[in-house]
Design a binder for this molecule. Sequence first.
Ligand code: PMP
Length: 402
Amino acid sequence: ASVFAGIAQAPEDPILGVTVAFNKDPSPVKVNLGVGAYRTEEGKPLVLNVVRCAEQMLINDPSRYKEYLPITGLAEFNKLSAKLIFGADSPAIQENRVVTVQCLSGTGSLRVGGEFLAKHYHEHTIYIPTPTWGNHPKIFTLAGLTARTYRYYDPATRGLDFNGLVEDLSSAPLGSIVLLHACAHNPTGVDPTVDQWEKIRQLMRSKSLLPFFDSAYQGFASGSLDKDAQPVRMFVADGGELLMAQSYAKNMGLYGERVGALSIVCGSADVAVRVESQLKLVIRPMYSSPPLHGPSVVATILRDSEMFNEWTVELKAMADRIISMRQQLFDALKSRGTPGDWSHIIKQIGMFTFTGLNSEQVAFMRQEYHIYMTSDGRISMAGLNMKNLPHLADAIHAAVTK
Ligand code: PMP
């Protein structure tokens, strides 16, 4: 007997559950295109060379202890993270209007930001795009906010539903929070153009909508850290306020180290000081203080211009490999004469392609071809290589011609 005997079995996480199923499949031809983690051309996880070097330096430094970090994390890491996303010459940083706290990767940054808003902001509704990363609605609801949606993706064009987005944000109550993917929208791979971003910015500022940016892929979309940060910087340049959740999981390959940051750009330096004091009250009872190793690695790389440059080269190589897989997959479907317009595969950017395959086709491909992806038809391009790509193209062809 157990006091927990009445507990129901919970379903697997829709994204992480794909890997659970994949691991159970004995087939030698199986392919995991579920979770968004980078793989090399050989299908192996990658630790960046510059990360290995930084870790070696840290290990060899006898002056390093394992003391607790402050509640807000490693101060140098926080400064460098704000500079990375907002730009070294950001006026908001120079005017001391930015408060940054180290958090548990992107997820933890979103959660801390959400709880701060639930406690201190007058409007508790957060608008999230349809579709979005599956964890978003859960994070914000548990943080105490009410999640509502705005139109984002148009299945007919496999592109942005810009008019729908504008309509929905126009009718949102004044002051509502709006979650924006900074670049490489997950799961669709569809981003607004710079022109559209500018219109979104004007609309949001005119209605005092509060931007909450989620930046999980800086550098991964285009291969350039600055280019991928451009939309965010447009919003900072107008002097307005915003929240920013940053993750180093993908762009530095630090997934399991859980290293990220929450920044809040405030209207003035004295507001920033008070906001920081309240962020500490959110964090302290949640996990007391964040981990030490990950941010030490990041700070080691970001503070040193040579290591920084090496990072950008390795980052671009990852982005370029993904972009080349897009072209290869597109070409492979074309050469098979697979019915349909597949140009969205090369138009979409970032880690994922939103294939447009329906859940039945996804199930068919798992059953018959041992290819694993989320049921919404999202595939992680990072899991593809020259060896498994023909198998995927065969599977897609079979699924759509069946
Ligand atoms: N936001 C988005 C859009 C993501 O895709 C991810 C990673 N899948 C995250 C946030 C957060 O990931 P992590 O907590 O590992 O940094």
